[in-house]
Design a protein around this ligand. Structure first.
Ligand SMILES: Nc1ncnc2c1ncn2[C@@H]1O[C@H](COP(=O)(O)OP(=O)(O)O)[C@@H](O)[C@H]1O
Ligand SMILES: [Mg+2]
Length: 272
C-alpha cells in the first residue's frame, strides 16, 4: 500500500487541538495542588505523528491522560475535530506501556472487545479485527490467550485492538518501554510501517530520543515538572522511513538538537 503521508503535514487540518491546559493533583493531606502540566498548547494535524519527550516524572503521562479524558484538566481546552473533550471517548484510543489485554479472552476477541462495547455485531467486529490482525501480522494467533504470547506480541495485539476501533487519534504512552532492547527495535519498525500504511493521527510519549526521531513528524520537548513546551522540532526526514536512517548524519544532528534542549533545561531546573 502507498504511504498516505504527504511531504508536509503542516498543510493539513488540525485534528487534536490543545489550548493552554493545566493539570494538577490535589494532595489531600496538605491541601496543596501539585501542578504537573502548566499551560501547554499544541496542535496536531490530521495524519501527523507527534512525540513528546521529557525527563521521567515531568508530566508526560499526565498530559496524555488528560487528552484521553482519564485525568481532569483544571484550565484550558482539548478538542478533537472541534469537539471539546470532557471524558474518555471512542474517538481516542490509548495504548499504555503494559499491554492491558483481557486474560480470559483469546487474541481475536481481545481485538474485537472495543467494537463489541460500541454495539457492533460479533460477525462485523470479527471482520474488522481480521484486517488489523493481518496488518500487524498476528495471523494464526487469533485463538491464543494473551499469556501464550511474548511481551512484544501482546503489545502488537494491544495496538491492533486500539486501531480496530478506528479512533480519530491514537495515544501511545511509552508503548515499548517494558520490552527488551531487541524487541523494542523491532516494534519501532512495526509501528513505523503500520502508521505509514494507515495514516493515523498519533500522539506518543517516550523518553527514548531515537524512537521519537525515527517515528515522528514533530518532537515536542517538555520541561521538567511542571511540564511546559520547551521546543517543538520538525523531523524533516522523508517517508517511508527505514530504521537504518538512524545511522545518518541528519538523524544524529536531530538527536543532538533534542538532547541539548533537554540537558539545558535539566541543568537549570535540577530536574535529573
Ligand atoms: N495520580 C496521581 N496522583 C498524584 N500525583 C501524580 C499522579 N500521577 C502522577 N503524579 C505526579 O505527577 C508528576 C508527573 O507524573 P507523570 O505524568 O506520570 O510523569 P511522566 O509520565 O513524565 O514520567 C509526578 O511528580 C508524579 O509523581
Ligand atoms: Mg509516564
Amino acid at each position: 500500500m502507498e504511504s498516505v503521508k504527504s511531504a508536509d503535514t503542516l498543510e493539513r487540518p488540525v485534528k487534536l487541538a490543545i489550548k493552554d491546559i493545566v493539570v494538577g493533583y490535589l494532595d489531600k493531606q496538605s491541601g496543596h495542588t501539585m501542578v504537573a502540566v502548566d499551560k501547554v498548547t499544541l496542535d496536531i494535524r490530521e495524519g501527523e505523528f507527534v512525540t513528546i519527550v521529557g525527563l521521567s516524572g515531568c508530566g508526560k503521562s499526565t498530559f496524555l491522560n488528560a487528552i484521553a479524558g482519564l485525568v481532569k484538566h483544571q484550565h484550558g481546552e482539548i478538542r478533537v475535530n472541534d469537539r471539546i473533550v470532557t471524558g474518555p471517548g471512542m474517538d481516542r484510543a490509548v495504548v499504555f506501556q503494559k499491554a492491558s489485554l483481557l486474560p480470559w479472552r483469546k487474541v481475536g476477541r481481545n481485538i474485537t472487545y472495543g467494537l463489541e462495547l460500541s454495539g457492533m455485531k460479533q460477525a462485523a467486529a470479527r471482520e474488522k479485527a481480521s484486517y488489523y490482525v493481518n496488518l500487524i501480522r498476528l495471523n494464526g494467533f487469533e485463538d491464543h490467550y494473551p499469556h501464550q504470547l511474548s511481551g512484544g506480541m501482546q503489545q502488537r495485539v494491544n495496538l491492533a485492538r486500539a486501531l480496530a476501533c478506528d479512533p480519530e487519534v491514537l495515544l501511545l504512552d511509552e508503548p515499548f518501554a517494558a520490552l527488551d532492547a531487541i524487541t523494542r527495535e523491532l516494534m519501532q519498525n512495526e509501528l513505523l510501517q503500520l502508521c505509514e500504511k494507515v495514516g493515523k493521527t498519533v500522539l506518543m510519549v517516550t523518553h527514548q530520543i531515537d524512537e521519537a526521531v525515527l517515528l515522528s513528524d514533530r518532537v515536542v520537548i517538555f520541561s521538567s515538572r511542571p511540564a511546559y513546551v520547551l521546543a517543538d522540532i520538525r523531523i524533516p526526514i522523508p517517508r517511508p522511513r527505514k530504521s537504518h536512517i538512524k545511522d545518518s548524519e541528519e538523524f544524529r544532528r536531530l538527536m543532538n538538537e533534542i538532547w541539548r534542549v533537554i540537558e539545558g533545561n535539566a541543568n537549570i531546573g535540577g530536574g535529573i
